[in-house]
Write a new protein. Sequence first.
Length: 148
Amino acid sequence: MQFIPAINDGFWLCKHTWKRSRLNTFWCLLGCSIGDFGTIFTFQMIEHSWSVWMVMTLAIMNGLLTSIALETIILSKQMAIKLAFKTAIGMSFISMIAMEFAMNLTDVLLTGGAVLTWWVIPFMLLAGFATPLPYNYWRLKKYGIACH
């Protein structure tokens, strides 16, 4: 059984699945960004003695929580709230973790710390979007499972 399908078998060429994957990834990115950026911005505005890695860890955790909350709200329009919560956690958690690490690593590499500036935000968003997109496509195409 092949885990990653070959390019020449057509698996990776479905325009409909790519479109759906991009939309799913966008919603995840929106949720993650709210908590992540909010945390980093807050720590920029206050005096603290936290290390960069402590701030980034909290930003990642808050990003995961806000993403789960946003996805639960979106899904609750289609299903019961308890099922929406389970779905939000179960189907996209790997994607969210990859997204968060990519965004925060990009921030640290480009700014040297937990720093939000206007020029770094687009790079963080691009890294956060591009990193989980192939996984989201693969999961959707292979299992027919989408978060939204």
